[in-house]
Design a protein around this ligand. Structure first.
Ligand code: ZN
Length: 669
């Protein structure tokens, strides 16, 4: 898959900036929308924004004394607007304290003017231990706050400009509401807010750090336009209110960590969205996606009126709950093409590439069926980006990418990953993205052999080893179950699934993945302290004699870093006839226990046994071999270690170097 992401003429540049950005913003499946029909009347009318007359979207702009331009929508003109302040009123502690637990959004788009107007009912909770004096709410700097209401009353608020690269403009408009009574720890508050503005393409944050304009615009393609509206959410364009600590791209991985933190914080939040799109005559959108889920479009295009009268498209997503994802919105004029478990929505220029993509989907499908079950839970949607060089993006069962000509191998790899998201959705990053990457590695194994698959694992190990704490005391790291960084929920998770495969066998792992239900998992709680009991039990139940709690506790539920295995000593002894008993003493100086394969071999025979080497401990394995042993190997690259993941000891005085393949690099001991 990574080869595919790398394609494009900005390759050198993209490996520095575009690639990390597109990787960091691709993420997890949300729950499939429980209902794809327009909303029934809300059963909790008090929690829904006032019904606005759809189909009468009226934008107006006005400029006040201070030169501030205000955009208003609908018949309800704003009664207050924020007071501009030069320095933010809210503190980082206040920004970090706020957790959004419900979003109820009324979104109006007018693509001909790149405009958006939103009314949002938000529920926020104080997750800190101290009362909150201010409620900070942030949106993209190209949008303006109009009104903020508490308990049905307009309240005064300040608006400050923050520099933060979680938005493509590199800036946020932060409203701060001073509360009459501080919000107590654990208490929640409902806010009714309106904001509007335009979302043209902007690559300001990338241009600021020296990215060439052209390349920057192929990464930051979010915008509202007639043919293609793409709003990827926090990390790309902040089109819904958030509360975040300002971060800049130059500051290491902080933007990406903040993006992961955002997705983890809002996982489980309730999410509703009603969309109204005012499109120019004859240019109706043909596809709408909310949080990666296709939603039906209802079109109202007055046939009797002249071409100057706009049509209205509406769609909604109701009563969904967020997974590990940033809310996203896509609307486009595209032509649909059906493929195996997939619909491609393309621009005319790319119709000729569709056949290759469709045959890749058909080619990969039986492999996914063999692992994940006959039918996927949802269908994969592939949405064609406007420009062939635009960077791909994925969220849940949606892949947004330029549908261009590519080799069958490249496309097969894309589908092995992307289609997995149609089968396996999970609100947990390591289960959603981790399984998709694991299936990608299994596909490489199937097509190119085990060695190539292990190489693909090894290629990510050094970055993982660097990210991992050297000891649990040094830093808390990222327990896989709550991981926010791709190096954990992709690289480490792929290793974890590969190790589970070796621990329980393909059949049991496959059975657990088929039995997995995102709803049941979510019912066990998505809080940052919730563990992975549900998935552990699924695997243990899938026909297993073994207790896997040691493995989950060291590899999933907490971050113990990586093991560090060494062959301490080897004692071969001639028993009877041509038999040799070889005692292999192993140590693990890391803090995570590991079950590794140990192989004793000579030119004629080879015996492999598996042994658990406890954390900070030792293990001895005795292996019987026909003939004099020549070599002992511990680990084969399937268990990621701090230094190297293959250890070889020659016993016959032979050349210790080059005794293994060129990868992963063996350590001679
Ligand atoms: Zn993915």
């Amino acid at each position: 898959m990574s080869r595919f992401w790398d394609m494009g003429k900005h390759k050198a540049w993209s490996s520095r900036i575009a690639l990390p950005l597109s990787i960091a913003v691709s993420f997890l499946a949300s729950f499939p929308a429980p209902s794809q029909t327009p909303a029934a009347p809300s059963s909790t009318p008090t929690s829904a924004p006032d019904q606005q007359p759809h189909g009468q979207v009226i934008f107006s702009r006005s400029t006040d004394d201070s030169g501030q331009t205000t955009t208003t929508v609908g018949p309800a003109a704003p009664k207050t607007a924020g007071q501009p302040v030069s320095a933010p009123v809210a503190t980082d502690a206040e920004r970090e304290a706020l957790t959004f637990t419900a979003f109820d959004l009324d979104v109006h788009l007018r693509p001909v003017a790149e405009q958006i107007a939103v009314r949002a009912l938000l529920t926020v909770r104080n997750d800190s231990h101290t009362p909150l004096a201010h409620i900070p709410l942030q949106i993209s700097s190209s949008l303006d706050w109009e009104t903020i209401r508490l308990a049905g009353r307009d309240v005064a608020f300040t608006v400050a400009m923050l520099n933060s690269d979680v938005d493509h403009t590199g800036q946020l408009h932060e409203a701060a509401v001073a509360l009459a009574a501080p919000l107590a720890p654990s208490a929640t508050l409902q806010l009714d807010v309106t904001y509007s503005g335009s979302i043209p393409q902007s690559a300001q944050r990338l241009i600021t750090i020296g990215t060439p304009d052209d390349a920057a615009l192929h990464t930051d393609w979010d915008s509202i336009a007639i043919d293609f509206t793409g709003l990827r959410g926090f990390g790309n364009v902040v089109w819904y209110p958030v509360s975040s600590v300002p971060v800049i791209l130059g500051d290491g991985a902080r933007v990406f960590d903040e993006m992961g933190e955002h997705k983890l914080r809002i996982a489980g939040a309730r999410f509703r969205l009603r969309l109204t799109d005012e499109f120019p005559h004859g240019q109706a959108p043909t596809i709408a996606l909310i949080n990666g889920n296709r939603v039906p479009l209802t079109l109202t295009e007055p046939s009797t009126a002249g071409p100057e009268v706009a049509g209205i498209a509406s769609a909604s997503l109701d009563a969904a709950s967020l997974g590990f994802e940033a809310p996203s919105l896509f609307l486009a004029v595209r032509t649909a093409h059906q493929a195996a478990n997939t619909t491609l929505y393309t621009i005319p220029d790319d119709d000729s590439a569709v056949e290759g993509w469709a045959s890749a989907a058909a080619f990969v499908t039986p492999f996914l069926q063999s692992w994940l079950g006959q039918a996927p839970r949802s269908q994969l949607t592939i949405l064609d980006l406007p420009d062939p060089d635009d960077a791909p993006f994925e969220t849940g069962p949606l892949l947004v990418t330029a549908v261009r000509q590519a080799t069958p191998d490249e496309l097969d790899g894309v589908f092995a990953h992307a289609l997995t998201h149609a089968w396996m959705s999970s609100p947990r990053a390591w289960l959603s993205e981790g399984v998709a990457h694991f299936m990608g590695a299994l596909w490489i194994e199937k097509q190119q052999g085990r060695q190539k698959a292990l190489e693909s694992l090894e290629s990510g190990r050094t970055a993982l080893a660097l990210a991992e704490p050297a000891s649990p005391g040094e830093s808390s790291g990222q327990p896989l179950a709550q991981a926010i960084s791709p190096v954990y929920y992709r690289t480490k998770a792929t290793y974890v699934f590969w190790m589970l495969r070796d621990l329980v066998g393909d059949a049991a792992l496959s059975a657990a993945l088929r039995a997995y239900s995102p709803a049941e998992d979510a019912a066990h709680g998505l809080s940052p302290t919730a563990g992975s009991d549900y998935f552990e039990k699924l695997i243990e139940r899938a026909g297993l004699r073994r207790d896997l709690s040691w493995f989950f506790s060291d590899w999933v539920d907490s971050d113990k870093g990586l093991p560090d295995i060494a062959i301490d000593s080897v004692f071969p002894s001639h028993t009877e006839g041509d038999s040799w008993l070889v005692a292999v003493n192993l140590t693990n100086s890391g803090y995570a226990a590991a079950e590794i394969p140990v192989t004793v071999s000579n030119a004629a025979a080879s015996v492999t046994q598996r042994v658990i080497v406890p954390a900070r401990g030792k293990a001895t394995q005795r292996i019987l071999l026909q003939g004099q042993p020549a070599q002992v190997q511990a680990n084969d690259g399937t268990v990621p270690e701090t230094e190297a993941s293959i250890h070889i000891r020659r016993l016959d005085g032979g050349d210790n170097t080059g005794s293994s393949s060129s990868q992963p690099t063996p350590v001679q001991q």
